[in-house]
Design a protein. Structure first.
Ligand code: C5P
Length: 399
């Protein structure tokens, strides 16, 4: 049985020659038992007729804001709420630009902006348009908004030129959607504990020792686990982020001590713990109860004590069947150091990111990771959005 059975899918079609392939995609979706609503741009109708599309989807195709002869209003808001996912194939350079910048001048773009569910974008255009910096920047913007880009293939294009820009084959786009819905519930019934963000270690009432962790990776993993059916408890240091999935329970803490207490409370009932937080290694031994004043001659000395290692502490109390995943941020001897941490903390898997990789780690929306498991196996991933990295990490845990 296909994971698409009964799913509500909006198929957005833009005005490109690859629109003929949308017919095959539509047929595959309908055959798999999905309910498909086609939304087409005015230019799209120049390439493929609404009659073909409505016959195959067994629904009138939506293109205009109003149906001309009846005056019926097509609600993009209702459509956006109805959909379990939206796939825009082909997505032209023009529509990608409008989507990236919110220029809602047709029914497809307004529907895209109203969509509450996952959006897949399959670009199709000539190689030079595809390679243009503005197209590339717009695609990156769409990716950063959480859309999944189904990269075009290299091959012969309608212009006769050969290069990257040919829309991915309908079978492959279909497979992306099947995988997406297939894994949607693969964490159902599992309880996942996640730590994220920095810790703040108080010096006095107005000062602390902290670090640059933004919490983005841990929050992306929390969203990914929740969207796949897990019950998530996110123990978070101070960050400027909020969760969008209401089923994620957030426990806000400041210090490593508080993080340890929260984790020890939750861990016994957890199936998986993902330790993403950048925990301060040391904390001031004494916290001044008043703001430390600036003295003219004397420079204050802050004495530090070791913080508890939360991952190692959970690792020591791990019971059969529990999985603990750690993170390692290394600047040198990356693999040896990460593997040593995996062993010392009794982890099952460690995610390594290197500070040497530009665009990875602190504050960025992208990351480049390698995954090392306790059996010694290793998997290297390319630079991806943190949302996609979160998927790869969860897939690795489940495998
Ligand atoms: O030893 P190191 O700080 O490099 O280890 C990183 C891993 O251990 C991360 O998963 C981090 O969340 C976790 N950790 C922890 N408690 C600490 C230090 C690190 O849970 N005090």
């Amino acid at each position: 049985m296909s994971s698409l059975l009964g799913k509500h899918i909006i198929l957005g079609i833009c005005g490109g020659i690859a629109a003929y392939k949308s017919v095959s995609l539509l047929r595959l979706l309908v055959k798999a038992g999905a309910e498909v609503q086609v939304v087409i741009t005015p230019a799209g109708k120049e390439f493929i007729t609404p009659v073909t599309l409505s016959a195959l989807s067994q629904k009138p195709v939506v293109s205009e804001f109003f149906t001309a002869n009846t005056g019926v209003w097509n609600s993009h808001v209702d459509l956006g709420l109805w959909a379990d996912c939206m796939v825009i194939a082909p997505a032209t350079a023009s529509s990608i630009g409008k989507m990236a910048h919110g220029i809602a001048d047709n029914m497809l773009i307004t529907t895209y902006l109203s969509a509450k569910s996952q959006v897949f974008v399959a670009p199709a255009m000539d190689l030079d348009m595809m390679a243009h910096p503005s197209t590339q920047a717009n695609i990156e913007l769409l990716r950063s908004y959480g859309n999944i880009i189904i990269e075009p293939e290299s091959g012969e294009l309608a212009s006769g030129l050969v290069g990257k820009g040919r829309m991915e084959e309908p079978e492959k786009i279909f497979a992306c959607l099947e995988t997406y819905f297939g894994r949607k519930n693969d964490l159902k019934g599992k309880k996942v504990l996640i730590t994220a963000g920095p810790t703040y270690e108080k010096i006095d009432p107005v000062r602390f020792i902290g670090n640059y962790s933004s919490g983005k990776m841990g929050y992306a993993i929390a969203e990914e686990c929740a969207s796949r059916g897990a019950e998530v408890c996110l123990v978070s240091g101070p960050v400027a982020l909020t969760v969008s999935n209401p089923s994620i329970k957030v426990i806000n803490i400041e210090s490593a001590r508080e993080m340890l207490d929260a984790c020890e409370d939750v861990f016994p009932r957890a199936d998986i713990a993902i330790m993403c937080a950048a925990v301060a290694d040391y904390a001031p031994s004494d916290v001044a109860d008043r703001k430390i004043k600036r003295e003219h001659d004397e420079v204050p000395v802050i004495h530090l004590v070791k913080n508890p290692d939360i991952a190692a502490s959970l690792g020591a109390s791990k019971r059969q069947g529990q999985i603990i995943v750690g993170f390692a941020l290394e600047t040198d001897n990356e693999f040896a150091n990460a593997s040593e941490k995996l062993r010392r903390k009794n982890l099952d898997m460690i995610v390594l990111n290197s500070l040497r990789d530009k665009g990875a780690c602190f504050g960025t929306d992208t990351n480049k990771v390698s995954v090392i498991k306790s059996d010694g196996s290793r998997l290297d991933f390319p630079m991806k959005s943190k949302r996609e990295v979160a998927k790869d990490i969860v897939d690795s845990i489940l495998s």
